[in-house]
Design a protein around this ligand. Structure first.
Ligand code: NAP
Length: 456
């Protein structure tokens, strides 16, 4: 028997576990999927926006993988800490596949980032997703927000800020977050990109959705679109990737005179404006160390897909600023790490130590290839890694490992939450929702999760 530990139960971890138990080359593979949290599914639970129910429903297929006879979920197990260093994990399993994602957010590196009211999108997402390590948000006095960045996370946080309570109430958003968003007097959100509309990273479905929110005007300035050579020159536009062409079409629709007039009528209680060719240079402080706005420098296309500064500046008012400029991997003690890419160096998924591929240690997902791609991208990524592991199976199987590492995990002082414990959390979240007159509502704190899982 080959015992494999998969560290992380997000999509890449679950797809790696699935590839391990569904293959026929090496019989008798058993997989423990370990997670620091007592709840599985990683960013599908703690990153996919609560109003994106269709993507969330992917948990159904992830669940059926974790319920496979050859797979065991062990939550509440932190790898890389004092109780379970990575070296110890390698002594307990024939092989370890690290699928730990990219947990940190990138900074802007400009003055004022420490002002109150300036946060990463990751912090905001964690809060409204009920992550037990998330801080809290107070939107009192916030009328304008600026979101820096033009990826799908920026679109998510912009949409959640602009949405009304009737649309958020049926989601599993924790009650405290729902209460804060419900009480907010926010009127306008500006989502600001440093490059042009044809270079934005968001996908068209997500962009289009911003224009369909009840009670929200989505605006774009035609003059700003016209700064993009790909927007004005049909030949250049034709050479763009399909997603960029479709994005331009949507934005063109929003910039048409009729749409502009309607958006400018002030009829809707909230507005979203998409801004382009503005790069943040300073976060402006107001009274009591709170942010009051963002200073941007106007940029211009440099003809090579990048931009240059023009020396012209524009200030946007904001009592809340979310920087949404990408995630970054975090080093795990005992594993090599490339700080420039935020990933673990690897060769086809095998961890590379001192220039050599290490048999028995593997990576998949964002910690392997960086924080890019949609959920489905993790499937082929995990398959490549598992195929490397299976090639090493002969050598791995000769290693002497305990029959069941669970005893050793408990002896180390860990209290793993097994599948029934997770099902108990799920049931408690249904009960919580019922008691609040809502559907399932997430338990957003450690004591609540531990109690629900039966850990006392
Ligand atoms: P992303 O797609 O890499 O977008 C990052 C954005 O930040 C880009 O617009 C980038 O601009 C900008 N940026 C970077 N550094 C900046 C700086 N110093 N100043 C100003 N802007 C800066 O990252 P993400 O939005 O975090 O998304 C991560 C991954 O998750 C993506 O693959 C995304 O598609 C995926 N995701 C998907 C969904 C969905 O499918 N619904 C939802 C959420 C996330 P430049 O382009 O100019 O560098």
């Amino acid at each position: 028997m080959l015992r494999v530990a998969v560290v992380g139960s997000g999509p890449s971890g679950v797809y790696a576990a699935q590839a391990l138990v569904q293959q026929r080359e090496v019989p008798g593979v058993r997989v423990d999927v370990l997670d620091r949290l007592p709840a599985p599914y990683g960013l599908v639970r703690y990153g996919v926006a609560p109003d994106h129910e269709k993507i969330k429903s992917l948990t159904g297929s992830l669940r059926s993988v974790l319920e496979d006879d050859g797979i065991r979920f062990l939550g509440n197990v932190e790898v890389g800490g004092e109780l379970l260093p990575t070296a110890r994990l390698s002594e307990l399993y024939h092989a370890v596949v690290y699928c730990v994602g990219a947990a940190r957010d990138r900074m802007l590196g400009i003055p004022g980032e420490d002002l109150a009211g300036v946060h990463s999108a990751t912090e905001f997402v964690s809060w409204y997703s009920g992550h037990p390590d998330a801080g809290s948000f107070d939107l009192g006095g916030v009328r304008s927000a600026v979101v820096v960045g033009a990826g799908n996370v920026a679109v998510d946080v912009t949409r959640i800020l602009a949405r009304g309570v009737p649309e958020l109430e049926p989601t599993d958003m924790p009650q405290p977050a729902l209460g804060v968003l419900a009480g907010s007097g926010l009127r306008s959100v500006a989502m600001v990109a440093r490059r042009g509309p044809s270079q934005a990273r968001f996908t068209t479905k997500e962009l289009r959705e911003l224009g369909t929110l009840p009670g929200v005007d989505a605006r774009v300035d035609p003059a700003e679109l016209a700064l993009d050579p790909d927007f004005t020159d049909p030949a250049a536009a034709a050479a763009l990737p399909a997603v960029a062409r479709r994005n331009l079409e949507v934005l063109r629709g929003w910039a048409e005179p009729a749409a502009e007039a309607e958006a400018g009528s002030g009829a809707a209680p909230r507005s979203i404006s998409l801004r382009f060719y503005l790069r943040p240079v300073e976060l402006l402080g107001g009274p009591q160390g709170r942010v009051r706005g963002v200073r941007f420098e106007r940029t211009a296309p440099d003809g090579r897909g990048g931009v240059t500064g023009t020396g012209a500046y524009e200030d946007l008012e904001a009592e809340l600023v979310l920087r949404s400029v990408g995630y970054l991997g975090v080093p795990l003690a005992g594993l090599p790490f490339d700080a420039s890419t935020g990933t673990v160096p690897h060769a086809a998924g095998r961890v590379v130590r001192a220039g050599r591929a290490s048999v028995g240690e593997y990576v998949a997902g964002w910690i392997k290839r960086g924080p890019t791609g949609v959920i489905g991208t993790n499937r082929p990524c995990a398959k490549e890694t598992v195929s490397s592991l299976l090639q090493d199976a002969g050598e791995l199987a000769r290693r002497d490992r305990p029959d069941d590492p669970l005893d050793a995990l408990r002896a180390a002082g860990l209290h793993p939450v097994e599948w029934p414990g997770w099902l108990a959390i799920e049931a408690a979240e249904v009960d919580l929702g019922r008691s609040l007159g809502r559907r399932t509502v997430k338990i957003p704190d450690w004591p609540g999760l531990r109690t629900a899982a039966g850990l006392g």
